[in-house]
Design a protein around this ligand. Sequence first.
Ligand SMILES: [Zn+2]
Length: 273
Amino acid sequence: MFKKLLCFLSLLALVLAAGCGAKNGAGAQTAAKPEAKPAGLSQEAAPQKTTTVIKLMDGTKYATPAYIYKSAKPGPAVLVVGGVHGNEPAGALAAKKFCDVPLLKGTLIVVPRANETALQEKIRTLPETGDLNRAYPGKEKGTPAEQLTYGIVKLMKENQVAMVLDLHEGYAFNYENHKSVGESILPGTDDKSTFLAMDAIEFINKQITEPKKKFNVLANPVKGSTAWYANTVLKVPAFTIETSDKQPLEDRTNFSFTIAKFIIANGTGIIAQ
Ligand SMILES: [Zn+2]
């Protein structure tokens, strides 16, 4: 009976690991499943990929999945994080969209809802959690924010990420109110981050007619943040992308997704632009 139950649970883990939309019951263990090629893409364009789901802070109210998509074709690894702040839902929704993007090569890791409890409460973060975006590099037995960021750092290191993007929202338009980072990209201090951010701004601003809503490049990811850690400690290109919550949710989700996709495609080639 016990063996049968174990077998059933393993099977369940494989099924649940299929994508971002699935609820993950796999716990701390990982589960891998080869996926069918997305329709409409050639053999070369969409090699097979496996999906592994790891749950950060499993067994607690902070538990949140990390999806690791690995292509059969070798290439660099990229991490996309969303939902670090619970009152910035566009970042979480934009990150989630990456679960459905065809992978051309390499590895794509998505943590769409880094701060699950805050997203549920629609607040920046719960007081007892701490601010994830000031908690890097985190601690194994620290505050919830430190434990979550410790888990994300582990993902970065184990997969030797070549690029990190963290999707956020500001409260205004930076062009109109310089105190807000809304509608901006904060690249790492290296040349590659800076140039990719400038190219992405040029690309996205062509789609925005109102001058005050255009995106800016600002300096640089704040100390203790996801992109700061990746850029200054791991020395890889990294970006904090900020939309403005003055825009409709659907628009800012799409801006965030489009900018991140442009940067990943042009910076690593693991997905198409
Ligand atoms: Zn934020």
